[in-house]
Design a protein around this ligand. Structure first.
Ligand SMILES: [Zn+2]
Length: 283
């Protein structure tokens, strides 16, 4: 039997709240749009997909982004309810808006009590740098402090985004360096390792700070070593993820198989596919 897999980064989201123009762009890029719509409503169907892909657990990444994607803070209730279909396999990831949330301390308490197990901050879709608290943002410290106390990881989108309205400059991983310095007890994840042009910065941060991890999602596995030639040096800090159903991702199973074929040690593969995620999520 193949070794177990955790997909640390994929998107099951409340698609009925997508902005019409974002939905139109999904319809154009995804020929299986109807199947995806079903996944977003039917956890049983989705679990069958994970079974066929050999994936034991998955992190369902959500975040409010009313102006770019259309999602509001209801994403937290959506994802927690969805994951109740299989609490041992589906891990709800949510967030509050780091620029717009009106009552951040209360809302953080609410979503952690609800069962959110990781926070996501998407700078390019939320219009904020991870270190904007240095310039007076008071919502980000409420997020970081609550997560630090609860030992819940915060995941940042790092790298570009090409959704209409996205601003990629907020995806610079070096914005996370201040967070790592100022909140040393907070586990951090740099999603997408800063791809395509900030991978060196992300690699540097993962090596410098014990609490900084990277997720490898959205880089095609066959190109991973081109982007991160020294991947094995951070084999204890890297997490496998697919970013499915993002355009360009052939499928969860296809990406797992492609990752198993890359030229790194079997030991490093096992850590990246499973052990590191399990430890970080205490799952
Ligand atoms: Zn993603």
């Amino acid at each position: 039997m193949a070794e177990p897999v955790i997909d640390f980064h994929l998107h099951v989201q409340p698609w009925d709240t997508l902005k019409p123009e974002v939905q139109a762009s999904w319809r154009k890029t995804q020929k299986n749009f109807a199947e995806l719509e079903r996944v977003m409503k039917d956890p049983g169907y989705f679990l069958g997909m994970l079974d066929r892909a050999g994936v034991e657990k998955a992190c369902l990444v959500n975040y409010p982004s009313p102006d770019v994607m259309g999602f509001d803070e209801g994403v937290n209730d959506f994802v927690v309810t969805y994951c109740k279909a299989a609490p041992d396999r589906l891990i709800p990831v949510g967030g509050i808006h780091p620029r717009l949330c009106k009552r951040p301390k209360e809302e953080m308490r609410r979503i952690l009590d609800l069962g959110i197990r990781m926070l996501k901050i998407h700078g390019p879709h939320q219009g904020v740098m991870p270190n904007a608290y240095l310039d007076g943002n008071t919502i980000l410290p409420a997020i970081y402090e609550a997560c630090q106390v609860a030992r819940i990881p915060v995941m940042f989108h790092t790298g570009t985004s090409v959704f209409p309205g996205a601003r990629s400059r907020f995806g610079d991983p070096l914005g996370v360096e201040d967070v790592a310095v100022d909140f040393p007890g907070l586990p951090l994840v740099l999603a997408h390792v800063g791809r395509p042009f900030w991978t060196e910065q992300a690699f540097f941060l993962a090596r410098r700070f014990p609490q900084v991890h990277v997720d490898l999602s959205s880089i095609p596995p066959r190109s991973l070593l081109k982007f991160i030639p020294r991947l094995e040096e951070i084999a204890d800090k890297a997490l496998f993820g697919t970013d499915w159903p993002a355009p360009g991702v052939p499928g969860i199973r296809e990406n797992v198989e492609a990752f198993r074929g890359i030229q790194i040690s079997e030991d490093a593969k096992r850590k990246i596919l499973y052990d590191n995620a399990r430890r970080l999520l205490a799952a």
